[in-house]
Design a protein around this ligand. Structure first.
Ligand code: ADP
Ligand code: NA
Length: 330
């Protein structure tokens, strides 16, 4: 019971998670169940920062939960829930909004990127303030560690600043969290443009491996990944970003050290590496897709897991919110 706490949230909006989500974040969720008191949430409140079809959103939230379970989250060893089932997130979010400077929020690069994409005039206030809701997501559970990809580092920094600010101004109640970013997989790159991260918003269909796609289609994407004009299979992120990305994916999915892969493929061409990696990927996604379908095929079980998760989460969140309200003067 003296385990450190972990909290992470993941958006349900894409339908299928992609390989970057899995290697950068979800794999760590699974590992931290063993060492942490871990809370994982499907962040549907974050999803509506951009327009959503209601029926699709509801279905995608369940689909996200099914994929997390299929990835290896065990409801007996972690707390898995849907964010909107725990109203304390929005409630603490408001308090945190009132603690954040407008200029401070304006410096969040994810907002700049995302609002540029949606058109600055059409971006919602919710999109602007979503990093602050994320602060509340983390602080509610007194999380010590937040497993995320590299792109989230700035938001965890904001969380630390706001926790410190609240503690300093009103009295110590919040744990100041640290990001938990695995260096090797903190950033998985687009298969067609290995200088940008694989992402549901920025990648073209050929550049992103969606975990629920036909395995054959994903294998094809690996085989047509952009590399370089040399032939040597060597890890060098600067000079050989495409090959290095493939080596990272291969190494992580199989648990083989990159140096060992470099040795194994010495004198062999990129074709051999890609063919083998595409097989590794097919072997991984095939059972993943089956397990996801099993969870979706048993709605009563899935709902039961999520209801129990929300109860466990609320017990912790309500306690933090009550302490916060008391300090604030409510
Ligand atoms: P996306 O960036 O595709 O919109 P999300 O923002 O929903 O995906 O990210 C969910 C989690 O996956 C976050 O912890 C994020 O840091 C991580 N993540 C997303 N893309 C990548 C990537 N290409 N490499 C590593 N981690 C990633
Ligand atoms: Na992201």
């Amino acid at each position: 019971l003296d385990r450190p706490r972990a909290l992470s949230g993941i958006q349900p909006t894409a339908g299928s998670f992609h390989l970057g989500n899995y290697l950068g974040a979800i794999r760590q969720y699974v590992a931290l169940q063993e060492t942490h008191d871990a809370f994982y949430t499907v962040v549907d409140l974050h999803a509506i920062t951009v327009p959503q079809d209601p029926a699709e959103l509801r279905a995608n939230s369940r689909l996200a939960a099914a994929q997390l379970l299929a990835s290896g989250l065990d409801p007996d060893r972690c707390t898995l829930f849907i964010q909107s089932h725990v109203p304390e997130h929005a409630q603490l979010g408001w308090v945190m909004n009132c603690l954040t400077g407008f200029g401070e929020a304006s410096r969040m690069t994810q907002f700049k990127d995302k609002s540029a994409k949606h058109g600055a005039d059409r971006a919602t206030v919710g999109l602007f303030t979503y990093p602050i809701l994320q602060v509340a997501d983390i602080l509610l559970y007194q999380a010590n560690h937040v497993p995320v990809g590299e792109d989230q580092r700035q938001h965890i920094e904001l969380t630390r600043d706001l926790a410190d600010r609240f503690n300093g101004r009103f009295g110590e109640i919040f744990t100041v969290p640290e990001p938990y970013i695995v260096k090797e997989t903190g950033k998985i790159y687009d298969l067609q443009d290995p200088t940008i991260k694989m992402s549901k918003s920025a990648s073209t269909p050929k550049g992103i491996v969606s975990l629920l796609d036909e395995p054959k289609a994903s294998a094809k994407k690996i085989k047509s990944a952009v590399t370089d004009l040399e032939t040597e299979i060597r890890f060098d992120e600067e000079k050989k970003p495409g090959v290095s990305n493939l080596l990272t994916i291969y190494s992580t999915l199989t648990g083989t050290a990159i140096a060992e892969l470099e040795r194994r493929y010495e004198g062999k061409g990129y074709g051999a590496l890609k063919t083998d990696l595409s097989e590794v990927l097919v072997e991984w996604v095939t059972p993943f897709r089956e397990r996801t379908q099993e969870y979706l095929g048993d709605p009563a079980m899935l709902d039961g897991i999520l209801a129990k998760g929300a109860d466990k989460a609320r017990a912790v969140a309500a306690e933090t919110l009550a302490a916060t309200y008391d300090k604030v003067g409510f």
